[in-house]
Design a binder for this molecule. Structure first.
Ligand code: URA
Ligand code: SF4
Length: 254
């Protein structure tokens, strides 16, 4: 995609999808909606980096004498095998497939969602339903093909009727997520939605209060934003989400 017109068209389409700033000049009206100059960047420079937020370093298990297969899993495949056999919480009872997560083991961006929905439970893959399509577009808008991103969830089995995972279910499942993060060692983590944000930051704050700061999990920058499923219901959140993912992009580029 090197033809400047193609690049400009792709840029405009991203702006439209993500609710970015209007590109129609008010003085000349809609007739001026021609592509911006040929040099328009695909990813425009983002806003300045927001201030630091919370920093969380979850303690390692205090029991030094019990081997923990999750903490000792040597690869993402081994971990996925443990998830497939897991009965640590009640969500194992109603699942069709476990959804451990997917992506390159050396991905630079790791996305955390809440938990599998219906399509994910049917396929065993994260973010493959409608919300997943939107996530793919959001990632494309910051120049990241989905297959270069590690995508996973706080809980690996679908909560019945897509209800929010309960505290004890999250507590049972979160060691898998933490081990995934240890193994991938991403440069940036994008937490999408309140469940992911609260879990990554060990906080009960609202999503709105946690946005627009650079938090840290074990030293890795964490950016918090809206969940794609919430964006489908509330398009007003597309613009702030666009701002948030551009912060993640900037941190990746640093
Ligand atoms: N919503 C999520 O949080 N995760 C998925 O995998 C799909 C939808
Ligand atoms: Fe195990 Fe997590 Fe599934 Fe619960 S949700 S059964 S802890 S894999």
């Amino acid at each position: 995609m090197t033809d400047p017109r193609t690049v400009a068209r792709a840029y405009l389409e991203q702006q439209r999808l993500l609710g970015g700033d209007p590109v129609v000049r008010e003085d000349t009206g809609a007739a001026a909606a021609s592509p911006p100059p040929a040099a328009a960047p695909v990813t425009p420079p983002g806003p300045p980096l927001p201030p630091p937020g919370t920093s969380w370093e979850p303690p390692a298990s205090s029991d030094l004498f019990t081997a923990d297969p999750v903490r000792e899993a040597t690869s993402l495949e081994v971990l996925a095998g443990l998830v497939a056999a897991c009965t640590r919480c009640r969500l194992c009872e109603s699942r069709t497939h476990t959804v451990p997560g997917e992506g390159p083991p050396d991905a630079r961006l790791l996305v955390v969602g809440e938990g599998p929905g219906r399509t994910e439970d049917e396929t065993g893959r994260p973010f493959v339903g409608q919300a997943g399509d939107l996530l793919t577009k959001i990632l494309a808008a910051i120049g990241l093909p989905r297959d270069r991103v590690y995508i996973c969830n706080v809980v690996k089995c679908r909560p019945p009727e897509n209800r929010v995972p309960q505290f004890d279910e999250i507590a049972a499942c979160v060691p898998y997520l933490f081990r995934q993060i240890d193994l991938v060692r991403p440069k940036v983590i994008l937490a999408m939605g309140g469940t992911a944000a609260q879990t990554m930051l060990h906080s009960k704050q609202s999503l709105g209060a946690m946005r627009n700061q650079v938090h840290r999990f074990r030293g890795i920058p964490v950016i918090v934003t809206y969940h794609p499923a919430a964006l489908l219901r509330n398009p007003n959140w597309k613009k702030p989400t666009w701002d948030d993912v551009r912060i993640a992009r900037r941190l990746l580029d640093d």
